[in-house]
Design a protein around this ligand. Structure first.
Ligand code: IMP
Ligand code: MG
Length: 205
């Protein structure tokens, strides 16, 4: 599907000087438009508003993929008298490219005290499950009263660790997607929509 106002990518690493790790690809296939995302996020806000009435609500975004999703989620919270504290935790497992190294580590921990707080962990995508399971354990160990999990995307067919999110935006098939915070080798996070990455080099298809 063509997208008005955006120059379609057809990246050839050697031509545009990208790091060699990025394989030739294009992102011409939109999976969810910005309007579809907005509609779904609005519905998720209503779900959260109904469930998360707490004197001490803390929203924790897992960076970097969740920054746009978390911002859009909390933007209308005041309309529902939800006034959370907000913090971020940077976790890394992907080296570069599209394959996880399997080992999750914290590169920046939260600074707020979550003792006895009701926490909602927000991530961009639930893939193998390693990141969300790890993040959940960290927050439970810090003494949170409750921990709920919220992810924009879910790829259940990829699961390695048995973890499900309490709130899921969209369930998708096993393809690599970018935009709305999600990256391919640190690129495309700025796109307001979600698009499929299609590899065009026969060796990586
Ligand atoms: P998990 O630990 O395998 O569940 O992976 C979660 C993390 O992997 C996410 O927070 C993303 O940063 C990254 N990831 C997984 N699938 C995709 C994708 O299709 N596009 C971009 N990033 C992805
Ligand atoms: Mg990522």
């Amino acid at each position: 599907m063509a997208y008005a106002g955006y120059n379609m990518h057809n990246v050839h690493p050697k031509v545009n000087n990208e790091a060699a790790i990025m394989n030739s690809h294009h992102i011409n296939d939109i999976v969810f438009t910005d309007r579809q995302i907005r509609t779904r996020v609005d519905a998720m806000v209503l779900e959260l508003a109904a469930d998360c009435r707490s004197e001490d609500l803390v929203m924790i975004g897992i960076l970097r993929g969740s920054f746009m999703f978390l911002a859009d989620l909390v933007r209308d919270f005041y309309l529902h008298q939800l006034h959370p504290r907000i913090d971020f935790m940077t976790l890394e497992s992907y080296g570069s490219g599209t394959e996880s190294s399997g080992q999750v580590r914290i590169t920046k921990d939260i600074s707020v005290d979550v003792t006895d707080a009701d926490v909602v962990l927000v991530d961009d995508i639930l893939d193998t499950g390693r990141t969300l399971a790890f993040a959940r354990e960290q927050v439970v160990n810090k003494g949170a009263r409750s921990v709920k999990t919220c992810t924009l995307l879910d790829k259940p067919s990829r699961r390695v660790v048995p973890v499900e999110a309490d709130y899921v935006g969209f369930t998708i098939d096993d393809h690599f997607v970018v935009g709305y915070g999600l990256d391919y080798d640190h690129h495309y996070r700025e796109l307001p929509y979600l698009a499929k990455v299609t590899f065009t080099d026969p060796e990586t298809v």
